[in-house]
Structure formats: C-alpha cells, structure tokens
Design a protein around this ligand. Structure first.
Ligand code: DCP
Ligand code: CA
Ligand code: CA
Length: 628
C-alpha cells in the first residue's frame, strides 16, 4: 500500500541508476563477439524458443520485445543472437548477474547512501556529496566540466528539450540558481563521474535520473536510455507530471491506476491535481488518498535506505504449456531443487553477512479442472524458516500441500502447476560472535509466549507484521518473534523440555570452545543424524538441542505434534501462515518466473476500486482481502 511520508524541507539530491539491458551486457562482456550485434537473453526452457528476459538495444531497433518468446524474436529479427541464461539444477542460475550487479554497487556506493533496489538498480542519496562540492568546487569554478555531465538531459531546459551542451553548461553554472538547483547541478556532475567509472571498471553502461526525491529520480532514469542521464529541476515537475500517463508510475501500473482511469477519468498524474486531498481520501482511503494528492505534486519523502544487500532471497521455475506439473511427486522433486538453491543462498548470506532469514514462502501458479471456480489463484503460503536444506524442503512441501488444499477447496480435482517459487525473507542481522548467535537462537525460542503474540491470532491479516522488522531487529528484543501455533496446540514434550532448559543449555554452549563450528554446521544442514559420523556424538547433542529450539518455531508441526493429524495441520497452516507483502524485495520479484512476478506485482499494487462505503467505516474495506 502506498504510504505518503512527509518530504523533508531540506533540499536533497537523489539519483536512481539503472543498468542498460543488464543481462545482455553481462553476456556481451563474457563474449565480446556479441557486442554491437542484436542480442537477447532467453530463459532456460526451450518452449517456443524460451521466454526473452533481456533484450539489447540493437535488437530493440528491430522491434524485439521482452514479452516475446525466442521463436517470435527470430521472426522479427532473423540475425538475433539468443543467449540462454546459465542453468544449474535444471533452472536459471542468476549468480553471474547478481555478482555483476554487486560490482556496480561497489562503485556507486562510494559517494553516499546507496540502496540496492533490484538486481540492476540503485538509489543514491548524494545530498552530502553535492553540498561538499558546492562548497569546495562548484561547477562554475571547475576547469572543465566532464563531457558526460554536459550530455545530460535537463528537463524544462530550453522549452522542454535539451538544445545542447552549451545550454547544459550554462544551467550547471548559473550563478542566480536557487540552492536546490545548485545542489542538483553538483549531483549531475557526481552522477556523470560515477557512470564513467562504472563503464571504465566494469564495461557496463547505465542510465540515471537525478532529482530531489526518489520518485522523480526513478521516473527520470528510463527517459533517455541507454547510457544517458536525465535531471529534473523542481520547476520542471508540473510539466513532467502533466504529461505522465498514470500507468507509468511504479505504484499505479495495476488496479489502482485502472480505477483512476476508469472511475475518475484521470489519464495523467497531473490530472489528479483536479481533486482535493479530502476527495481522494474519501475515494481511496486516508493513506492512499494523501499519497495520490502528493504524487500529483511530485512530493515524495521516501528515504534512501542504507542497504547494499537484498531484503530477501527467492528462486523459482516455470512449467509452461505441456510441462505443467501434475503430481505431488513431480512438485516435490522440483521444490527440492529450488529449496536446495535457496538454502545455499541463505547459508552464504549467513556466512558472509551474518544475516538470518526468518520467513519461508511458497508461491505457485496453478490451474484446476473446476469450471465453477476458474479464476481462483493458488494462495501463497509462508511459515517460520528453519535452516538446513532438508528442513526447508520439508516445510516447503507442507506449504505446497496447504496451498493446494485451499486451491482445490479440498475437492478431488485434477490440477497442474505452471510455476513454483520459494522465498526467504524477514532477514535480520545477527550480532557478531558465537555467543550472540546462540543468544539470538535461544531468546528467539524462549521468549515467545502466547501473550506476546496476542495481536497475531489466527485470521488476523497483519500477523506477519508482528515479526520484528529488519530495521528494528538490532534494537528490539527478540521477544516479539511470532510463534503462531504455541497458543493453539499442545507443545511437544521434548520441545518443551528443551525450551525450559534453554538457559541451562546456553550455559553449556558458553562452556564449549568449539561451539561456533557446531552451530554453523547446524545451519549448513548437515545435521540429519544419519549423515553424522560417530566422532561427532558430543556435538550432535548440542545440535539436536539447537535443532529443537528452531524446529519449535513450528514449521514442522506434523512431526512435532503427534496429536495432530495431517488434516488438522493443513487447516492450521492455511489459517495462520499469512504472507506480508511488505517483506517482498522488488529485486527478488524481478528474479522470479514471469507469471509469479505478475501475480506478486498485483499484490504490491493492491486492488483498489472506488470506495463506496461511508467514511469512517472499517479501513479493511479499502483493501483487498488479506493476501494469504
Ligand atoms: N529481468 C528478468 N525478468 C523480467 C524483468 C527483468 O529476468 N521480467 C532481468 C533481466 C534484465 C534485468 O532483470 O536484464 C534488469 O531488468 P530491467 O527491467 O532493468 O531491464 P533491462 O536492464 O534488461 O533493460 P533496460 O535497459 O530497459 O533497463
Ligand atoms: Ca535495467
Ligand atoms: Ca531495472
């Protein structure tokens, strides 16, 4: 849900930098023969030549589009080179592109706060760098202004379009500009220099938008692609928004934008100026109403987060057309593959960045032989995440079964799965040091009690928000962590004993000098007893205790609670495992199969129809039902 944050009165300089045809550039760097040649990157499956996921600019000149499949692209551009994404475990392996993105981020993050917003884009807050430049070496004092800065497109300059480098030079150096524009001029030079460095050091080109807030910077970055930058002085904002189709705004691409068009006759963002804030609030609710009122004026107070690492991890695979999965065993086989990759990625995140993911989510697209309910979607499901490949696989399969049961309304119908994805989210930093890791795990287990969780009882849509947020993770106690089933089911005696002795076991851990290796081995998933050597007996005891503590976060409810039969479990799962869309990292969405991307983007742009309910009625009326 869009939320309007107050925009600071202090002038800011924000840039949005997006790589040009990113996967294609990565492939062109690997194989220089592809440079200058029409090229596209296609997904791994061969159905109709594979889906295009990145199209180079030479190929775009022939009319090739990302929505095409390989066969169609060949018809439009017979000379096109189609490069398959690397494959691992029978699915796309995006590590190559992720690490190429990291190379770029390492350069872009040198000048100010940097937020990695997707696999190929970042936001930069360059306010401090621009202020320093204005004090120490303002553009008018520079011996020469970088060529790349002079090629900038400055909106509103010379009646809408850039006349040339001389005009840009004058704009960059104008002595009577207001402070905001002077800072923006410095930002323009800083971004140009960064982009040149990116090209020199990585061989990749990128485009950028430079403005005084995130929204305007993001709008500007694709305006002149590839390898160019666009600047948005404050005075150009009304014209920019007056001609901007609502659907081009990130949050208006979905049903909210459609409602604005169909119900209000609003075609451009500027058309929203006709409506008072009160009117928009009456129609769309307080938050969305205020947010719409502000975006019509180009106001956006979102901060650039200081975050170079992704907020979540996800991996998925599509099974188009005849490849649809129609048995639980085939689903299990693929889920196992996906979970193996996910497990490796969260494990390396833990090893390298000391971060723990707390929520496991399963998304799927499906069809069924039920003409009465043809539009029903496969519900996404989530649960607390347990480390270890086999545990993740087991939990993901439970989530799938729970989702399938909901999807089929417990009827015995034929079904097929056309895409599957698993995600790990709610990632928090763990403090450095072994005892801290243990403290984290121990407290996480022991301090959850039913009264702490009372705001997240079954059926309440915002249960997931009771989990600690990443930002708060360092400051809040772990007490708030959610264990959804503890208040409802009898606890496994073994788990209970383990929980009650947690403080004792912490003492035990503290005495064990070798404990770090033990714990990390636990996380690496090598803890299933049949894989252990006899020489590990002593540490296994510790591992099992730790395992109990984490498994008591209830994802393996089937095995932890022998009193419950599977059907009861399924009901419990479907009632309680609710996914919070705020946890979805846009960068992960880009990496998921297209069908799933569409569905998730539908949630991120929630369904908003004009509200016909009276003002003051429950806020739930403004929003689509909880996304399960
Ligand atoms: N990507 C993907 N599936 C999508 C969209 C994108 O796999 N549906 C991948 C391939 C892209 C990369 O993410 O290269 C970045 O996506 P962008 O939307 O930024 O598109 P490009 O970088 O390819 O092109 P542009 O120059 O228009 O930004
Ligand atoms: Ca891009
Ligand atoms: Ca992008």
């Amino acid at each position: 849900m869009p939320v309007a944050r107050p925009e600071s009165q202090d002038p800011r300089v924000i840039a949005h930098v997006d790589m040009d045809c990113f996967y294609v550039q990565v492939e062109q760097r690997r194989n220089p023969d592809l440079r200058g040649v029409p090229t596209a990157v296609v997904q791994y499956n061969s159905w109709k030549g594979g889906g295009l996921i990145a199209v180079g600019y030479e190929a775009r000149n022939f009319g090739v589009k990302r929505s095409m499949r390989g066969d169609e692209a060949k018809r439009v551009c017979p000379d096109i080179q189609l490069v398959q994404v690397p494959v691992a475990r029978g699915k796309a392996d995006l590590n190559l592109y992720r690490s190429a993105g990291s190379e770029v981020v390492a350069i872009l993050s040198t000048k100010g706060k940097c937020e990695r917003a997707s696999i190929d884009e970042v936001y930069l807050d360059l306010t401090d760098a621009a202020k320093s430049m204005l004090l120490e070496s303002p553009p008018a004092m520079l011996d020469s202004i970088p060529e790349e800065a002079l090629k900038s497109h400055v909106l509103g300059l010379s009646s809408g379009e850039n006349k040339g480098e001389d005009d840009v030079r004058k704009w960059l150096c104008q002595p009577d500009a207001d402070y905001q524009d002077k800072l923006l001029a410095c930002g323009t030079i800083i971004v140009a220099e960064l982009r040149v460095r990116v090209l020199q050091e990585t061989k990749f080109t990128c485009s950028a938008g430079i403005a005084h807030n995130k929204m305007l910077a993001k709008l500007a970055s694709p305006m002149h692609k590839p390898a160019q930058q666009t600047v948005v002085p404050a005075t150009s904002v009304p014209d920019l928004l007056a001609s901007l189709p609502v659907k081009k705004m990130k949050q208006l691409g979905g049903k909210l934008g459609t409602s604005l068009q169909d119900d209000l006759g609003v075609n451009t963002v500027g058309d929203l100026l006709k409506f008072s804030e009160q009117k928009l609030q009456d129609l769309y609710g307080t938050n969305t109403g205020t947010w719409l009122w502000k975006i019509a004026r180009g106001i956006n107070g979102d901060e650039v987060e200081d975050r170079l690492l992704p907020k979540s991890h996800g991996c998925g695979k599509t099974f188009p057309g005849p490849m649809a999965l129609k048995t639980t065993s085939s689903v299990k086989q693929w889920l196992n593959q996906l979970c193996e990759e996910l497990s490796e990625r969260i494990q390396s995140d833990l090893d390298q960045n000391k971060r723990i993911a707390q929520t496991l989510t399963l998304h799927a697209r499906a069809f069924k032989e039920d003409e009465l309910d043809p539009l029903k979607k496969f519900p996404s499901k989530s649960c607390p995440l347990r480390y270890g490949t086999s545990k993740i696989q087991e939990d993901a399969m439970h989530l799938f079964e729970s989702g399938l049961s909901d999807f089929l309304n417990s009827k015995n119908l034929g079904w097929g799965i056309t895409s599957l994805a698993v995600g790990a989210s709610k990632i928090v930093d763990i403090p450095n040091g072994t005892t801290s890791i243990l403290k984290y795990l121990t407290e996480k287990r022991t301090s959850c009690n039913p009264s702490d969780c009372s705001d997240a009882l079954p059926g309440e849509p915002d249960h997931a928000t009771s989990l600690i947020s990443q930002k708060d993770a360092d400051t809040k106690s772990y007490k708030e962590c959610k264990v959804p089933f503890e208040s409802e089911v009898e606890e496994n005696p073994k788990t209970k004993a383990s929980r009650e002795s947690a403080s004792d076991s912490k003492g035990l851990f503290d005495r064990d000098a070798n404990v770090k290796g033990t714990i990390l081995r636990y996380f690496s998933g090598g803890c299933s007893s049949n894989q252990r050597s006899t020489s590990e007996v002593e540490t296994n005891q510790l591992e099992e205790e730790e395992e109990e503590k984490i498994s008591s976060s209830t994802a393996n409810i089937t095995s932890s609670h022998p009193n419950l039969n599977l059907n009861q479990n399924k009901n419990a799962l479907s009632e309680n495992w609710i996914y919070n869309i705020e946890e979805i990292d846009p960068s992960v969405v880009d990496e998921l199969p297209l069908e799933i991307q569409r569905e998730i983007r539908g949630w991120i742009h929630p369904s908003k129809r004009i509200n016909t309910a009276k003002r003051g009625s429950t806020i739930a009326h403004y929003f689509s039902p909880a996304r399960k």
